[in-house]
Design a protein around this ligand. Structure first.
Ligand code: ADP
Ligand code: MG
Length: 240
């Protein structure tokens, strides 16, 4: 579904990704962990071309999307992304946050877009909140709107960048519940998270990113309980 081949990414003299090789299968839940500044967000942003790679290749469903002249809209339509800061449009209701992109980018008629928005808001547990503006919703509710919004475009892959890190602790589980539901529905997911419980329960594979490379990867339980790499061990000692 997603493949990165020897991906390097620099910002000027700062080498952030230093040769990332990664293959994610259809339906796989990949969990990415690692220290702050290690390149996790940059890795995700290179997958959906929010950042162009400096060298190497990114493939989506077998197409090389890192090639020059690729249709960015076409690519991003297949990849949904959710961020730590929910990034909702503050002046739009929940339902309008969901319908904006399909209406503007795909020309979906309003009634059809709204029907789908209602279905998706119900799926994330927000039936009845369609007319609420972001400021009238809790952080956990806003993040669930953001997930539903990403699902509106029927993405083939979902990227999650620390989507629970800005939430009050009691709101984390309602967002993880939605991610669990998505994972069980067979969605291909790349999740940067500090939620080791989530990683253990739902991750098919855990990847430790440090210094812009994949320093270690494996089944979550193996990596969490018995890491091979010293840096993985040091990191886990701090977060577990
Ligand atoms: P992580 O998500 O693991 O904390 P990031 O991918 O956000 O790491 O950042 C990795 C490194 O890349 C950091 O040193 C950060 O300062 C740098 N970096 C990220 N984005 C940019 C940018 N747009 N310009 C310059 N440096 C950046
Ligand atoms: Mg980050």
């Amino acid at each position: 579904m997603v493949e990165m081949r020897d991906v390097h990414k620099s910002f000027g003299d700062v080498h952030v990704l230093n040769g990332v090789d990664l293959t994610v299968d259809r339906g796989e839940v990949l969990v990415i962990i690692g220290p702050s500044g290690g390149g996790k967000s940059t890795l995700l942003r290179c997958v959906n071309l929010l950042e162009p790679v400096t060298s190497g290749q990114v493939l989506l469903e077998g197409d090389e999307i890192s090639r020059p002249g690729v249709d960015l809209d076409q690519v991003r339509r297949r990849i949904g992304m959710v961020f730590q800061q929910f990034n909702l449009f503050p002046h739009l209701s929940a339902v309008d946050n969901l319908t904006l992109a399909p209406r503007k980018l795909l020309g979906t008629p309003r009634a059809e877009a709204e029907e789908r928005a209602h279905t998706l808001l119900a799926r994330v547990g927000l039936a009845g909140k369609e007319k609420n503006y972001p400021r009238q919703l809790s952080g956990g509710q806003q993040q669930r709107v953001a997930i539903a919004r990403a699902l509106m475009m029927d993405p083939h892959v979902m990227l999650f960048d620390e989507v629970t890190s800005a939430l009050d602790p009691e709101l984390v589980s309602e967002v993880l519940d939605v991610m669990r539901d998505l994972a069980r529905s067979g969605m291909t997911m790349l999740c940067v998270t500090h939620e080791m419980g989530f990683a253990r329960e739902l991750g098919d594979r855990l990847v430790f990113v440090d210094g812009g490379v994949i320093a270690e990867q494996g089944p979550p339980a193996e990596l969490l309980d018995d890491p091979n790499n010293d840096r993985t061990r040091q990191f886990l000692r701090k977060v577990l």
